[in-house]
Ligand binder design. Structure first.
Ligand SMILES: *[C@@H]1O[C@H](CO)[C@@H](O)[C@H](O)[C@H]1NC(C)=O
Ligand SMILES: *[C@@H]1O[C@H](CO)[C@@H](O)[C@H](O)[C@H]1NC(C)=O
Ligand SMILES: *[C@@H]1O[C@H](CO)[C@@H](O)[C@H](O)[C@H]1NC(C)=O
Length: 375
C-alpha cells in the first residue's frame, strides 16, 4: 500500500473505529474512574467563560503539560470555582452558589468570595467603603425588605478605597462555606452590605456578567485513595533527556502515535534497553476537550525495555533487583528477571467543568512516570 492510501485510510477510518469501538468506551470509563469523576459532564459553559483568575490558578499550580509544579502554594488538592446562581435572586447584593457538587468528605481549607467592583461614576473619589459579607440564616424573600435580612451572621468585613478604576475584592467566606458543608440544607446564600464614608454607598457597583462575574473559590482536600507508597512520588519535572523514544517520535506529525490506543499496541522498538517512553494522549481524541479545560492531554510516560544481565547504576536498581536478575540469568530461568518499572512518579493537575458548570482544578498524585529503572 502506498503512503497516500495509507493516510487516506487512516483519515477515513480512524475516527469511526475509535469512537464506536467498545475498547474506546472502556478506555474512557476506566480513565474517568481513575480521575474519580462519576459522569462525563455535558458542558453548559464555554472555555471563554473561564475567569482569568481561574486560568491563572492553573498556571500557578502546573506546567502547560499538566505536571504539578514543585512547592505550589495552594492549600489543599482540589480548588473549586462556583458561579453565582442568578436565577435564585434578582438582587445584586445577594449571592447564592449551589454547592451540591461539593463532596461530603471534602475538607474546607479556605473559601473566597471574589467580586468585581466597577469603576466609580463620581467626580470626586475621595472616600472609602466598608463592605461586609453576611451569611443568610433564612430563605430570602425577593422584593420584600422584611425581617429575613436581620437574620444574618457576619462573615467578613473589608475597607475599600473608592477608585476611578474597577478591581476585584476578595472576601474570606471560609466560615460560611464550612458551615454549609456540614449543613447543606441551610445554604440560603450570602448578603453584602455597603456603607460609604465620604461617598454615597450607592456608588458601589458589582459587575455581574462575563469574565467579571462574582465567583466563589473553595480550596479543599478530599481523602484520596491510598496510593501505593513505592515507587515514591517526587516533585520534579520528569527528565526529558532520558526518554528513549521521544526524540524519534517528536516531530513526525500525524501518525499512529497520536491515537489514544498507542499504549495498547506494541511500538517499533527503538532501543531494547529499559527506558521511559513518551506518549501523548490528546483529550480531543477522547472527545474530552470540551469539558477538560487544561491541559490539552495526558503526557503519559511508560517504562519499557529489558534489563541487562548486570544492571548498572543508570537503571537505578535495588540490590534485590540485581540479585534476582543475576539468579535469573546465571542460575535458574524460572526466577523472573528484573522488570522495567517506574522508579519515581509525578503529580498531574487537571482543570475541568463539573456537571453543574462549576470548575474543578485538582491535583492527582502518582500519575506520571518520572524515571524508569530495573526493579
Ligand atoms: C442545586 O443543584 C442540584 C444539582 O444540579 C439540584 O438538584 C438542586 O435542586 C439545586 N438546588 C437549588 C436550591 O437550586
Ligand atoms: C479566613 O477565615 C477563617 C475562619 O473565619 C480564619 O480561620 C482564617 O484565618 C481567615 N483567613 C484569612 C487569610 O484571613
Ligand atoms: C537528565 O538525565 C541525564 C541522563 O541521566 C542527566 O545527565 C541529566 O543531568 C538529567 N537532567 C536533569 C535536569 O535531571
Amino acid at each position: 500500500m502506498n503512503s497516500l492510501n495509507f493516510i487516506l485510510l487512516l483519515v477515513c477510518f480512524t475516527p469511526v473505529s475509535l469512537q464506536n469501538g467498545a475498547e474506546f468506551t472502556h478506555l474512557q470509563s476506566d480513565l474517568l474512574n481513575l480521575l474519580e469523576i462519576k459522569e462525563k459532564p455535558s458542558v453548559s459553559r464555554s472555555r471563554s467563560q473561564v475567569p482569568k483568575y481561574v486560568m491563572d490558578l492553573f498556571k500557578e499550580q502546573a506546567h502547560t503539560s499538566g505536571f504539578t509544579k514543585f512547592g505550589k502554594s495552594a492549600p489543599g488538592k482540589t480548588i473549586r470555582t462556583f458561579f453565582r446562581d442568578a436565577s435564585v435572586s434578582a438582587d445584586e447584593h445577594r449571592f447564592y452558589f449551589n454547592l451540591s457538587s461539593l463532596q461530603p468528605n471534602e475538607q474546607i481549607k479556605k473559601a473566597e468570595l471574589r467580586i468585581f467592583k466597577r469603576r466609580s461614576k463620581l467626580e470626586n473619589t475621595h472616600g472609602h467603603f466598608k463592605v461586609t459579607v453576611h451569611r443568610l440564616n433564612r430563605r430570602a424573600v425577593d422584593g420584600s425588605t422584611g425581617s429575613w435580612k436581620r437574620k444574618l451572621t457576619t462573615v467578613d468585613t473589608k475597607l475599600i478605597k473608592c477608585r476611578r478604576v474597577g478591581g476585584w475584592i476578595v472576601l474570606n467566606v471560609t466560615s460560611a462555606v464550612a458551615f454549609w458543608s456540614s449543613w447543606p440544607s441551610r445554604n440560603f446564600g450570602l448578603w453584602i452590605t455597603v456603607v460609604g464614608f465620604g461617598i454615597p454607598h450607592s456608588d458601589f457597583y458589582i459587575a455581574t456578567g462575563g469574565r467579571k462575574e462574582p465567583i466563589l473559590v473553595i480550596y479543599g482536600d478530599n481523602q484520596e485513595k491510598k496510593q501505593d507508597k513505592s515507587p515514591k512520588s517526587v516533585n520534579e519535572i520528569p527528565n526529558e533527556t532520558r526518554d528513549a523514544s521521544s526524540q524519534q517520535t517528536r516531530r513526525k506529525g500525524k501518525n499512529n502515535d497520536d491515537t489514544p490506543f498507542t499504549f495498547t499496541r506494541s511500538r517499533r522498538s527503538v532501543d531494547d534497553k529499559c527506558a521511559r517512553r513518551k506518549l501523548f494522549v490528546k483529550f480531543r481524541d477522547l472527545n474530552w476537550d470540551k469539558w477538560i479545560i487544561a491541559p490539552r492531554g495526558f503526557s503519559a510516560f511508560y517504562c519499557m525495555g529489558t534489563c541487562p544481565e548486570i544492571i548498572d547504576k543508570y537503571f537505578n536498581p535495588s540490590n534485590h533487583a540485581i540479585i534476582q536478575n543475576l539468579l535469573h540469568h546465571r542460575y535458574n530461568k524460572k526466577i523472573p528477571a528484573a522488570c522495567c518499572v517506574p522508579t519515581s512518579l509525578h503529580s498531574m493537575s487537571l482543570m475541568y467543568f463539573e456537571l453543574d458548570g462549576s470548575i474543578v482544578l485538582r491535583e492527582y498524585s502518582g500519575m506520571v512516570a518520572s524515571t524508569c529503572g530495573c526493579r
